[in-house]
Design a protein around this ligand. Structure first.
Ligand code: DQA
Length: 153
């Protein structure tokens, strides 16, 4: 069995497919999960895919990841732009983090240009819709693989 990766989704992402499709596309969160799982299976990773509208629940899951996951892929939704608590949780667990967003934050309102997650993330993927999750899983696979093989560049 491969390493387990948590893929965490924040508020309103349960509404994907019906929520502002011009911005977020027509894929549902289930479609996104399938895409991420397919890519993970190809890379020998296992995925635990979750969504919550509650900041506290996301924090509990980040804490749970310590000891049970090799890394965290996260789309924190609007909490990306507001939550010092998520930043603190991610910093505390000391796991590799890949930040993902469906939309290109930098083509949108300026309040979306700042991310509290970014300082603790290895990198950020934004603007590629659901496919971004497959890219994020791929990025995480290379990070986790690198760690497993002793950290060589
Ligand atoms: C989002 C971008 C955020 O600004 C927004 O609040 C979301 C979704 C994205 O995936 O593009 O809820 O994280």
């Amino acid at each position: 069995m491969g390493s387990k990766i948590f893929v965490l989704n924040g508020p309103n992402l349960n509404l994907l497919g019906i929520r502002e499709p011009r911005v977020y596309g027509s894929d549902t969160l289930d479609d996104v999960r399938r895409l991420a799982e397919e890519r993970a299976a190809q890379l020998g990773l296992e995925i635990d895919f979750r969504q919550s509208n509650s900041e506290g629940e996301l924090i509990d899951w980040i804490q749970e990841a310590r000891g049970s996951a090799a890394g965290i892929v996260i789309n924190a939704g609007a909490y990306t732009h507001t939550s010092v608590a998520l930043l603190d949780a991610l910093a505390a667990v000391e796991l590799p983090v890949v930040e993902v967003h469906l939309s290109n934050l930098f083509r949108r309102e300026t309040f979306r240009h700042h991310s509290y997650i970014a300082p603790v993330a290895a990198g950020l993927i934004a603007g590629f819709g659901a496919r971004g999750y497959a890219l994020a899983v791929e990025a995480m696979a290379s990070i986790v693989g690198r760690a497993a093989s002793g950290g060589s560049a």
